[in-house]
Write a protein that binds this ligand. Structure first.
Ligand SMILES: Nc1ncnc2c1ncn2[C@@H]1O[C@H](COP(=O)(O)OP(=O)(O)OP(=O)(O)O)[C@@H](O)[C@H]1O
Ligand code: SF4
Ligand SMILES: [Mg+2]
Length: 490
């Protein structure tokens, strides 16, 4: 069996062996952080308060000496615990600092000014050390890891977007919702990648994370999103604002109903372009560009000055796609772009999107709970379950021979349009509550192949075909039947 490439992240509870190991590692990391801080502090102590008659240090030396213990502690701590826990460095720094205060009070040498200055130095150093650890961990992973890819053949184009071990959660009154947990995939230039899965499995949360358009109650827990090698989770909000729409644009779920009824479609697309290009484009250039985009998505140029209510549902969705294309993005994320449309219009829009993608050489991420849509328009397909990516491979291969039990059961419950007629088997049960997801493999309560190991350990994503980068996260994928189901006579 090929080697495992990566654990897909710890769940919210800590009672499986893998999770207990992570917990212990965190404790070791905190202890190491405290030890490093203590040593650095002891070594640097003389710099700040030199003995009588020795040199007087400059401000820069004092600043470095104040920050260095926190920085080194957080760096050591962050590297051992993994980039998911950079705050442990800060905790370690504060823990040691508390010890120092108590020690100072016992010795009768506690000066409030010194306490404040040292606290600020510790905190600033630790924050810097934590973020450096995160960057280093991300760099090391990018050098070492060979993620499941789904399109890693020698003739496939270079990676454009590399999502690695992405995790985020939402705070709710019931607790933290673990919506995205250790998701990794690669999108190559000019390719279409599909994300499929039942409602609530985290598809939109992945998309919003890529654009960093998350609501207030959301927090990243780790991972990286590298576009042309630049980690979008590390750039400033100002830089991200300029990259949104020009580098990555999104057709939002339900966006066709989000047009402002009091402005024409032209005015609304124009506003997006002016916000992005500033004064670079003259009015005629903007009008020409919007006209071209309307041609591209199959709308008549005569419609540009109409109001949204004068468009049919399908037309509004085409106009949304034109808007997403208006700033020449390298990647488009289309989140359920056709869900609210009838099948005929749905098919037309999908064909249009495919045409645009080929014409412009763009890369697209399609998100849908409709597996037939993903089959039609993508070359690579990822299957999500309960916040995790469980299978990733060339779309045709996933359809003809799914390896993950969830994909297998999902396909068995979906009628095939092109294949032989077969008996459908409903997928029993429902996805788990992500505030308190099942331990180990999150699919185990619904899985007919589950065993003790599945209940305890989160399966790693294994690359089972290095040539294509086909990956599956299941301990027992070899038990899944080769055929989806028996054909039946019409
Ligand atoms: N703003 C939020 N606050 C709290 N929880 C959220 C928020 N947005 C999403 N969630 C939760 O995160 C999980 C993933 O939701 P998400 O919308 O990403 O799923 P999805 O796969 O896109 O579903 P759908 O197919 O219905 O669009 C769900 O459990 C959902 O309830
Ligand atoms: S066999 Fe085990 S690891 Fe695989 S999907 Fe089922 S429960 Fe998960
Ligand atoms: Mg969604």
């Amino acid at each position: 069996m090929p080697p495992a490439v990566r654990a897909t992240g710890a769940g919210a509870r800590m009672n499986s062996p893998a999770e207990i190991r992570t917990h212990r590692l965190n404790l070791v990391a905190i202890a190491l952080g405290i030890a490093v801080i203590g040593l650095a502090n002891w070594w640097l102590g003389g710099w700040i308060t030199p003995a009588e008659g020795e040199y007087r240090p400059g401000y820069v030396v004092i600043l470095v000496a104040l920050m260095l213990p926190g920085f080194l502690g957080a760096l050591a701590c962050g590297l051992v615990a993994g980039h998911r826990q950079p705050t442990h460095g800060l905790l370690a720094a504060l823990g040691l600092f508390a010890v120092e205060i108590v020690w100072g009070a016992v010795e009768g040498e506690l000066a409030i000014g010194t306490v404040i200055v040292r606290a600020l130095g510790f905190a600033a150093g630790a924050a810097l050390g934590g973020s450096t650890a995160r960057r280093l961990a991300s760099l090391l992973r990018s050098i070492r890891s060979q993620p499941a890819d789904g399109a890693a053949g020698p003739t496939d184009p270079a990676p454009l977007l590399e999502v690695d071990d992405l995790s985020m959660h939402y705070r709710t009154s019931d607790g933290w919702v673990s919506a995205v947990d250790g998701v990794s995939f690669v999108l190559r230039k000019g390719k279409a990648l599909g994300l499929v899965g039942e409602s609530g499995c985290g598809k939109t949360s992945v998309a919003m994370s890529l654009l960093r358009l998350l609501p207030e109650n959301a927090r990243f827990r780790g991972g990286s999103v590298r576009l042309n090698g630049v980690d979008l989770l590390d750039v400033t909000e100002d830089e991200m604002r300029t990259r949104r729409w020009s580098d990555i644009a999104m057709v939002f779920q339900g966006a066709m109903n989000a047009w402002n009824p009091v402005y024409t479609v032209y005015e609304q697309i124009r506003e997006a372009m002016v916000t992005h290009f500033g004064g670079e484009l003259a009015e005629e250039q903007i009008r020409d560009r919007i006209g071209e985009l309307f041609d591209l998505v199959g709308l008549s140029r005569a419609m540009v000055d109409r109001y949204p209510h004068e468009f049919s549902g399908g037309m509004r969705q085409r106009a949304v796609i034109a808007m997403a294309l208006s700033c020449d993005p390298q990647v488009i994320i289309a989140d359920e772009p056709t869900t609210a449309l009838d099948v005929i219009v749905q098919d037309q829009i999908l064909q249009e999107l495919k045409k645009v993608q080929t014409a412009l050489g763009m890369s697209i991420i399609y998100i849908s709970h409709d597996i037939a849509v993903i089959a039609e328009v993508t070359e690579v397909m990822g299957v999500m379950y309960a916040g995790r990516l469980v299978e990733l491979g060339p779309t045709a291969d996933v359809f003809s021979r799914p390896r993950h039990p969830y994909t297998y059961l999902l396909l068995r419950s979906t009628p095939s349009v092109t294949g032989p007629r077969r008996v459908l088997a409903p997928l029993e049960g429902e996805p788990p509550n992500l505030v308190d997801p099942p331990t180990g493999c999150r699919f185990h309560p619904r899985c007919p192949y589950a065993d003790q190991r599945c209940r305890e350990e989160n399966p790693t994503m294994e690359v089972i075909d290095p040539e294509s980068g086909y990956g599956v996260a299941c301990w027992n994928w070899t038990s899944v039947p080769v055929r989806i189901g028996k054909g039946v006579q019409a």
